[in-house]
Each structure stands twice: as structure tokens, then as C-alpha cells.
Design a protein around this ligand. Sequence first.
Ligand code: ADP
Ligand code: NI
Length: 198
Amino acid sequence: MKKYNQVLEYVTDKLENNNNGHDLAHARRVETNTKRICEHIECQVNIEVCIISSLVHDVIDRKVTNDTEKAKVELYNKLVEIGYPVNFVQTVITICDTISYSKGLKPSTNEAMVVQDADRLDALGLIGAIRTVEYSAAVGRPIYIEGDKSDETAIGHFHSKLYKLKDLMNFEYSKLIAIEKERVLREFEKQYIKEYKW
Ligand code: ADP
Ligand code: NI
């Protein structure tokens, strides 16, 4: 089997039962976003590194696994077993480690910047809104409390994080997509509040 297909099989196994917005469909959309960004930017990137990182990026995230260190070792061994060179695998794991918003790290390679933008684009738009609602429900938090702008509610999370993302995009191309997707998110919030009020 092709190396790519083996990665896909591994990721499918790890994410197919996720119900907090970090499922296989999210990984596949981040992969598609990654390919689009790679096609539209001027700088040189290793596309294979970007694509494999986009697929596996959440496998070692604490929202997907309780033991991120164990997941990291397992992912490392799996990619080596599939046949990727050790330096390729280390690069992929470094990308997964640095792109997370909550860690607040600045990506130091073009590849990490691409995958970070690709992941963040999936936090916006209608899908981004639904993923946020899914996550809040999964951790037992309410969707909306009037006036809340914190991580304690789904709509609050729009303010605490999602509306900041467009200005944090690494590439102009991603920013243009983010601007449109943020508009959808704001529309969702507006409509939600309008219908919520009794
Ligand atoms: P990152 O890895 O970049 O920090 P996260 O994994 O924290 O990103 O978040 C990815 C998505 O998970 C968010 O875009 C959102 O949909 C959901 N999410 C994360 N934290 C929260 C929260 N406190 N409330 C609602 N949704 C959240
Ligand atoms: Ni993600």
C-alpha cells in the first residue's frame, strides 16, 4: 500500500469516533486547505511534509488523546514503520507541536505556517461554528450565555479566539479566505442570538 494510504488508514482509526470537532472530516478539510494554500503562495514548501502533517496534526492533540506524549511516540513509530525518513517524521511532529493556538507558538518554517493557516481556516465559517458547538457540547458547556465572551460558552469562544484568527494568518491568501469565513461566523452569531431571545 502507498505510504499516503497507510497514513490515512492510521488517521481514520484515530479520529473516526471523535465527537468534539476534531474528527476525520476536519483532518481531510485541513488537508484540502493545505493543498490550496500551497498552490497559491510564492515561497517554496515541501508539499509532502505539509500534507502528511495536515492529516495527522490532531492525533497528538490533547482534545483527541488523554496521553499526548504516548500518542506522539506512537505516531513517530508509525510513520517510521510506514517508511518515512526519521528527519521527515521529526519535521511532521514539530509542525503538529507548534501550530496549536493555545500553545501560542510562532511557526518557524513555511510548512508549519501553511498547516497552521489550513487548520485555523477550519475553525471559521459555518463548519467552524458547528465544530465549536460540538466541542462545547462534548465538554458539557452551554452554547450561549448573554454577554459571555470567554471560553466557557461556544459563542463566547467566537470572541475569545475565532474572531482573532483572520489577523493571525501567515499568508495573504489564507487571510482573504478567513475574512469571508469570519463574516459567516458573525452572521451565525447574530442569527443565533436573534432566534434565542424570547
Ligand atoms: P488549537 O489546537 O489551535 O489550540 P483547538 O484544538 O484548541 O485549536 O481548537 C480547535 C477547535 O476546537 C476550535 O476552533 C473550536 O471549534 C473548538 N474549541 C476549542 N476550544 C473551545 C472552547 N473553549 N469552546 C468551544 N469550542 C472550542
Ligand atoms: Ni485541527
